[in-house]
Design a binder for this molecule. Sequence first.
Ligand SMILES: Cc1cc2nc3c(=O)[nH]c(=O)nc-3n(C[C@H](O)[C@H](O)[C@H](O)COP(=O)(O)OP(=O)(O)OC[C@H]3O[C@@H](n4cnc5c(N)ncnc54)[C@H](O)[C@@H]3O)c2cc1C
Length: 483
Amino acid sequence: MIAVIICRTTGNFTSGSNFLTTNIMNRRTFVQRTLRTAGALLLPDLLLTACNGNNLCEVENWQGKAVVIGAGAAGMYAAQLLHKAGADVTVLEASGAYGGRIRPLNGFSDFIIELGAEEVHGNKTQWYKMVQNAGSEFTSTNTTDLLALGSQLLTEDEAANDPDVITAFNFVDSLGNYTGPDKSIAQHIAELGIPTRVHHLLNALIGNEFGSDNTRLGAKSIANAENLWTAGNDSYALKNDTLLSVLEYHCANILGKIILNQPVQSVTYTHNSVTVTTASGNVYTADKAIITIPLAVLKTGAVAFSPALPDAKTQAFEGIGMDAGMKIILRFNNRFWPEDTGSIYGNGFIPEFWSTGYGRSAQNNLLTAFICGPNAEYLSSLGDNAIQTALAELDALFGQGAASGAFDAGFIMDWFKQPYIRGAYSYPSPNSDVHRQALAQPVANTLFFAGEATHAQGHQGTVHGAIETAQRAVNELLCSLKE
Ligand SMILES: Cc1cc2nc3c(=O)[nH]c(=O)nc-3n(C[C@H](O)[C@H](O)[C@H](O)COP(=O)(O)OP(=O)(O)OC[C@H]3O[C@@H](n4cnc5c(N)ncnc54)[C@H](O)[C@@H]3O)c2cc1C
């Protein structure tokens, strides 16, 4: 993998197996597959416990009523914690399925494909421990990345001596050191004079990975997020199980309490009472509510709050970015890329492809295109034709007809078009840190806010971040009972 050739300690660009990598390179890319199994063995004993409420606000038996809005990772885990604490909990989910941005695709290959979250980032989180406790196994494969440079497609070893590539990776490696005023990453790159021939690579490794592109990410906000990241540096993919199966395992007690197809339209609250009305006119009352609606949905104003939310909260909706995002799954009759390929960094509309099945599929004939931000908006506007764009870009990289001639079937998961998600995940837009804290703030001791975008300690845009916000919001709720 490209990531393995960065040395964090020295900042030198080097190849070899004794390396450390940056958080950013490990957050959402398939990296260090060889370390996955070893990493699992080295898991430190975590203080937090899964679903048993031990870390909660010493309120172990609250027999009140709670409503949780949204049944993604945050909502399901919050409901499970509340249930364990004794609450009578109801979960209202707008769509026809629980899991939110964790969604498996069955039947497209000889393994189950993840259409949303795919990797477990870091081994120092509650979520990592939950995956282990569910008995899930990680893949353990060793991969090589490919990257487009000019008209060439190079392996990471071939690129290792290119001075511009070295500069690009040193830039990525030093993102956490930036202390100046917040400005876009693209502006920062331009001011440093980093050659344009590697800008697409930097966009793939930073902008796209964080859920947008380099023109929309803040250099200072990224630095803050990087410095707050405590999850650990390696990423892990599940071999046989799905992330949804892990959630189901840990939240089994509340699956029957999730009511599907219930888009909440209004939330009316006082101190210690809340009334929630759904699109079909169903009314639910409770003592407290936990709201896990994705940021991009909150931005639309689809949910009316009465009384109106504090200004800081609605300003936070606008002040934090959440852009379009999609995966295009491509199945081929024959593999035209090397078997051990990890990621392929292109220079078109698609910043990154990766080999989805390596280590999981006997056939290993799938590529996933992963696109966020303005490029995803454009590809979304193409509808099914986005597949032709992906094939044309692969043909340009691997030789005329290599991809289009071998193409068998495609599947587009366009999160931008999902009415109750409307994008990929929140990202560190310029000056967004203060807004994240406001987004997370409880209102009137009755409304509590969870979900990835409310994570103000650097774990936004991840499943483990969503889980951590559920813990925080449930803790706030239980503590509010003492006031
Ligand atoms: C393409 C993609 C790839 C990703 N890859 C990774 C990865 O590899 N690793 C990782 O850790 N993270 C990854 N993520 C991010 C991760 O999926 C999310 O951060 C996490 O799943 C968010 O959980 P959540 O509970 O905050 O929100 P969600 O999962 O979005 O849950 C919110 C729920 O609220 C529901 N809802 C919305 N409006 C209403 C309403 N009005 N009434 C009732 N319900 C409503 C929605 O339908 C949804 O089910 C990825 C995300 C995407 C899109």
